[in-house]
Design a protein around this ligand. Structure first.
Ligand code: AMP
Length: 411
């Protein structure tokens, strides 16, 4: 069996995001998203990617009854004579699913069977918002593509090499043993992808590299990577920990919760909403769009200025912490929407770190570009790289890899 067309899906509670990869030609053939599933009116946006890299878009509005209906309509578009890219759904060799929480069971990508489904269910308490939707995606795809193998790629898997001293919280040990309370980390697919790309770019084996990878999107996290393996990360048991994010606070004093409850009379649900949806950049300066915040700062807005200082100071502190944890560093990698596109942020994060061997070249940093680029000065001991992330491609590659090795093992 030749694995050529891989369908990648990321299922949310009311959405299905998808890409169809043509692995033979290393490109996306089609992509899109079904949104507002189960609501009064849904939207299905489908793009067929043309040979010249441009896309032909089709938007359908109307009720999308449920995830099954949503995925069925996506498949109809994929095989549509005008907007489609395949003749028959049987051409899809495999389906790769983004699954948020794999707990401690999954250290790597896995072919989905009943035991895997049961284990993802077991991890629902650790990711109550995400794992149920991911399971729904697996169930629906299983019924629509009964003959294609399905694969789970976990956001947590890359971080399973983190040692106990870095993942254990200093609370009673039974809570780890019985209730699985510990640091897990997320964005693993992105950290794994950019670390592999960094090794390729630097022309060195990943297993010999110490890296700090900084994923700055609407969600944000840093990973410390020693000899190619993750040894620490900023997100914790949930994605709320660590860096300041678009709407998430990142690290706060854990006793803040008691203050909010005792003095402001907030319920646990309200505190959860406050810290996840109303904090971070948005809480500090009214918006979580980094382009807008930088514009406001340039126009003299004091709140935008301090929000950027808090945001970049937190990143800089973690660079220092992870440098100490790794003891030596080969590369610092910026990725995701902000990391790839905001030179001002990269500059603030690295400013004054020349004694740690980190020095950005302002001209290289300010140059715009789409691909991988090196932005450190010639004297900087640490290579500073900007690497576009591509979690969907990584999911497709992982899906191909595990299925091919299964086929090989059987033959
Ligand atoms: P992501 O979650 O990776 O899509 O990243 C979203 C974040 O990237 C948002 O805060 C955007 O404002 C930010 N972003 C996207 N493009 C730019 C840009 N050119 N300059 C600064 N921030 C950007």
């Amino acid at each position: 069996m030749v694995i050529m067309k891989i369908f990648v899906i990321n299922t949310g509670s009311s959405s299905i995001k998808y890409e169809l990869f043509d692995m033979d030609h290393h490109k996306i053939a089609a992509e899109g998203m079904a949104e507002k599933i189960g609501e009064d009116s849904g939207i299905l946006t489908h793009k067929k990617i043309l040979a010249n890299g441009e896309s032909k878009k089709k938007v359908e509005e109307g009720v999308i009854a449920d995830h099954y209906d949503g995925l069925n309509r996506i498949v109809e578009l994929l095989i549509d004579p005008e907007h489609g890219v395949i003749q028959d759904k049987a051409e899809i060799s495999a389906v790769g699913h983004r699954v948020v929480h794999g707990g401690e069971e999954f250290q790597s990508t896995t072919i989905i069977d009943e035991n895997v489904i049961a284990a993802i269910k077991e991890n629902i308490p650790l990711a109550p918002l995400h794992n149920p939707s991911n399971l729904m995606g697996i169930e629906v795809a299983g019924s629509i593509f009964p003959d294609s193998p399905q694969v789970a790629v976990f956001d947590t898997a890359f971080h399973q090499t983190i040692p106990m001293k870095a993942f254990l919280y200093a609370i009673p040990f039974e809570m780890y043993e019985k209730d699985r309370v510990r640091r897990y980390g997320f964005h693993g697919t992105s950290h794994a992808y950019v670390s592999e790309k960094a090794a390729e770019y630097l022309g060195r084996p990943l297993g010999e590299l110490n890296l700090i990878t900084i994923h700055l999107g609407n969600g944000a996290s840093i990973a410390a990577i020693r000899n190619g393996k993750c040894v620490d990360t900023t997100m914790g048991m949930t994605p709320l920990a660590g860096l300041v994010m678009g709407t998430r606070s990142g690290d706060v004093d854990p006793a803040l919760h008691f203050f909010l409850a005792d003095h402001l009379g907030m319920s646990l649900k309200e505190i959860n909403t406050l810290l996840n949806n109303e904090s971070g950049l948005k809480g500090m300066c009214g918006t979580n769009d980094m382009r807008e915040i930088i514009k406001k700062k340039d126009a003299g807005d004091a709140q935008a200025k301090i929000a950027l200082e808090v945001y970049t100071y937190r990143i800089k502190k973690y660079i220092g912490a992870y440098f100490a944890a790794l003891e030596s560093l080969d590369g610092l990698v910026f990725t995701a929407g902000i990391g790839e596109n905001a030179p001002y942020i990269r500059e603030l994060c690295c400013r004054g770190l020349h004694k740690m061997g980190i020095e950005i070249d302002p001209e290289k940093n300010n140059r715009t570009g789409n691909g991988i680029r090196k932005i450190n000065s010639p004297v900087s001991e640490v290579k500073v790289l900007v690497i576009p992330t591509n979690e969907e491609l990584k999911i497709a590659q992982e899906t191909k890899r595990v299925i091919e090795s299964e086929i090989k093992a059987r033959s």
